[in-house]
Design a protein around this ligand. Structure first.
Ligand code: AMP
Length: 304
């Protein structure tokens, strides 16, 4: 049985994306780091989402969150436009080219959490302004596990605040290029060491189709990615990965390293579905049974 002891609080962008890939393009479709991660986490644990959208946010997107049982009591609707991101992928799915980042209603959003949210044990600070991530963290009473993600936009624009966030989390997530950018180190093992020195217990470096590496002061775990045949849109892979990871940890209420390794494989599995279609279309049609089946395949191809 799941209770609030297993509930995950997720803050991050909720928005509309315009995305172009070699498989086509879409405009003003559901996107945002908190959207992907909350839906991914909801396959494992109950989720409360924190964020803001404008009055232009299409009701079918809200309906999708509701169909996944996501608590939207801290998702504000404000006058103004919803967060908008426009991006493009060329032949390299690991390289997003950003054409526009319009924060819109997120620009002056100050989250005030309901008392019940402040007590939640599992927190995922999905990609958004690190100042906002800090404001959420300040309101949490004593979370058991906090993970945080970020991207180049904030490493360049708000590095000082980002370093403060990283000093207060259990697990810091970023992709390989961002880990190098943040630390100025070429080798990932050196970059990870520098990030660990900032305070997190774990650093998880995502390498797109090449998997992910989990570093702690005295251990290393290497996870492959799932070898998919259909890569339509890489958007949200990192967020789906992280959401499923934190959701799995919350559902098992076990933050030991062996269980974090399991959670990483669940994250890998859910991310592999996300990229099979644009926006959250594949996640919207996904079932826990499909996740378990692919999880089994990943287990068999990594056993030796
Ligand atoms: P991912 O592909 O997992 O790195 O995340 C993609 C999502 O991040 C997209 O749906 C965007 O809406 C969102 N996004 C892009 N840039 C930013 C940003 N600067 N801050 C927060 N979210 C962003």
């Amino acid at each position: 049985m799941t209770t609030d002891n297993n509930r995950v609080l997720i803050v991050g962008s909720v928005g509309l994306d315009a995305v172009s890939t070699p498989h086509g393009s879409v405009d003003r479709v559901l996107g945002g780091a908190a959207s992907y991660s909350s839906v991914a986490a909801s396959f494992f644990a109950p989720v409360s989402m924190v964020g803001v959208v404008g009055r232009d946010f299409p009701p079918e997107n809200v309906a999708l969150f509701e169909s996944r049982g996501i608590d939207l009591s801290a998702l504000e609707v404000r006058e103004g436009e919803t967060f908008f991101w426009a991006g493009e992928y060329g032949e390299d799915p690991n390289q997003a080219i950003t054409h526009a980042t319009d924060l819109n209603v997120f620009a002056d959003f100050r989250p005030v959490l309901p008392a019940s949210h402040c007590k939640l044990p599992y927190v995922f600070l999905a990609n958004i302004d690190p100042e906002l991530q800090l404001e959420v963290l300040d309101q949490m009473e004593s979370p058991k596990f906090v993970a945080a993600d970020t991207m180049n936009f904030w490493i360049t624009g708000k590095k000082e605040q980002l370093l403060k966030v990283l000093g207060r989390v259990t697990l810091a997530l970023m992709n390989d290029a961002e880990a190098r950018m943040l630390t100025g180190r070429k080798l990932l093992i050196d970059a990870a060491e520098d990030i660990l020195a900032l305070g997190p217990r774990y650093v998880l470096v995502k390498k797109g189709e090449h998997g992910a590496l989990l570093f702690s002061k005295d251990s290393l775990f290497a996870a492959p990615s799932f070898p998919i045949r259909k890569l339509v849109d890489p958007t949200g892979a990192g967020d789906s990965f992280a959401g499923a990871l934190v959701g799995y940890l919350a559902s098992t209420d076990d933050v030991s390293e062996p269980n974090i390794r399991m959670a990483i494989i669940y994250g890998t599995t859910v991310a592999s579905f996300d990229v099979e279609d644009f926006s959250l279309r594949r996640l919207a049609a996904l079932t826990r049974e499909q996740i378990e089946e692919r999880f089994g395949v990943l287990r068999s191809i990594t056993a030796f």
